[in-house]
Design a binder for this molecule. Structure first.
Ligand code: THU
Length: 138
């Protein structure tokens, strides 16, 4: 698998593009797909606050728009004022969106402050007893 450092680096490089003028909390994510390709996303806020969207969902939508259906790892970086100062865990909606495109026992969710300072959990740990596509026969 592409190493953690590369995935985290791609997220860190993308953080500058986060658009968060309302919260001032900038987030970026990079997803590694089963193809071996990496796709990035940032949070994009909106003057109509509920129209904003998280970095993780934008990264996953970016991957799906490029033909991907399976994600193997996701690195998330974020903090106030474009810093990667927090271990930024994914919100509940983003956890559910990840669930659609992975094996929850295998998906590595990485919250990073730098290439070497990070926490890692599986999606199953973050979203136990989850509802997924197989419940609907998919
Ligand atoms: N945010 C994310 O991008 N990902 C998360 O998992 C948590 C929160 C964004 C949404 C909003 O633009 C800002 O962080 C503050 O909530």
């Amino acid at each position: 698998m592409t190493d953690r450092k590369q995935l985290i680096r791609e997220a860190l490089d993308c953080l500058v593009n986060s658009y968060a003028p309302y919260s001032g909390y900038n987030v970026a994510a990079a997803v590694l797909c089963s193809s071996g390709k990496i796709y990035t996303g940032v949070n994009v806020e909106n003057a109509s606050y509920p129209a904003g969207i998280c970095a993780e969902r934008n990264a996953i939508s970016h991957a799906v728009a490029c033909g991907e259906k399976e994600i193997e790892a996701i690195a998330i970086v974020g903090g106030a004022n474009y810093s990667a100062s927090d271990y930024c865990p994914p919100c509940g909606i983003c956890r559910q969106v990840m669930r659609e495109f992975c094996d929850p026992k295998k998906l590595a969710v990485i919250f990073a402050r730098s290439e070497t300072d990070y926490k890692e959990m599986t999606l199953e740990q973050l979203l136990p007893e989850s509802f997924g596509p197989e419940m609907l026969g998919k």
